[in-house]
Design a protein around this ligand. Structure first.
Ligand code: ASP
Length: 293
């Protein structure tokens, strides 16, 4: 983790906690935390989101309020600085849970969400697979072949952003925002916007936010699976460990989890070598590290 990323995480924790301290709901704190990370450009979300193999930046985000099981999400949204706020608007302003693609982008425009430009030529050139992509551009057939050739499964650094929070009323919330994984086919959607896979929140069990290889996380509906274990009385740490072990055993997956129960116990666990994360309960300094148990 770079010093700038550490500072970004600290700023995000402080922004979220400030709202909780003022008595605001957990879901607001989660959104505020993620907005800081999306705006930083230091993580794979919002301004820093990855490009898909056709050079487009399509982002996924989701937010869930454990009070009343309310949820909103967007997938493959473009040109928006804060996909998490688009997810919040789906939750608050519509009777739906998930909006995708161009209509999701138009929905964000309707609410005048801050725009983000499409990738510039310089960003495009600097992107990891730029040379190969340029060759493949224009032909979906060639893009597919390129994808097959380059696919090392889930290569690349993971940098999705996520947050969980517990408010004074005892409500929990979870959220996540991502630019996806390295080497994505155009149109690929990961676990992040799928309620029960990338995130879940229920005041009766707890809140979970995931990062990692989406294709394995979604096949196991990991966030809900962890919540089910919490419901059975297992601690956040054990629930996360058991489910992450199962993820490796059954899907050869790799992931990290933020898990919080309504009694305030929480765990940060990962099977990836590192996971930059932090926590803060308002006393002393926020704790930030890139390795947890
Ligand atoms: N889970 C995200 C996805 O598969 C990627 C990540 O967490 O870095 O889209």
């Amino acid at each position: 983790m770079t010093a700038a990323q550490r500072a970004g995480l600290r700023e995000a924790l402080v922004a979220g906690y400030r709202l909780l301290h003022q008595g605001r709901p957990a879901v607001e704190a989660v959104e505020a935390t993620i907005r800081v990370l999306e705006a930083s450009g230091l993580f794979n979300a919002g301004v820093g989101a990855r490009l898909q193999l056709d050079g487009a930046r399509r982002m996924d985000a989701a937010l869930m309020d454990g009070h009343g099981l309310r949820a909103g999400a967007v997938a493959a949204i473009q040109q928006v600085r804060h996909p998490i706020t688009a997810a919040r608007l789906v939750m608050d302003e519509t009777a739906h849970v998930l909006l995708v693609g161009e209509p999701a982008t138009r929905f964000a425009r309707h609410f005048r969400l801050e725009r983000q430009r499409s990738p510039t030529r310089a960003q495009w050139k600097a992107s990891r697979a730029a040379a190969e992509i340029r060759q493949a551009r224009g032909s979906f057939q060639r893009t597919l072949r390129l994808y097959d050739a380059m696919r090392s499964g889930r290569a690349g650094k993971l940098g999705t952003v996520g947050a969980v929070a517990l408010d004074r009323e005892g409500s929990v919330a979870a959220g996540a925002s991502t630019g996806g994984i390295a080497l994505m086919l155009p149109g690929r959607v990961g676990d992040t916007p799928l309620i029960g896979s990338g995130i879940y929140a229920d005041d009766e069990t707890g809140a979970v936010s995931m990062t990692g290889w989406g294709e394995s996380i979604m096949r196991m509906a990991v966030a809900k699976e962890i919540c089910n274990r919490l419901a059975a009385g297992v601690t956040p740490s054990t629930a996360a460990r058991l489910v992450l072990e199962k993820l490796i055993r059954r899907t050869d997956g790799a992931a990290g989890a933020l898990v919080l129960s309504p009694n305030g116990r929480f765990a940060i666990r990962h099977t990836t070598p590192r996971m930059a994360a932090g926590y803060w309960g308002g006393r002393g300094e926020p704790v930030i590290a890139d390795r947890f148990a």
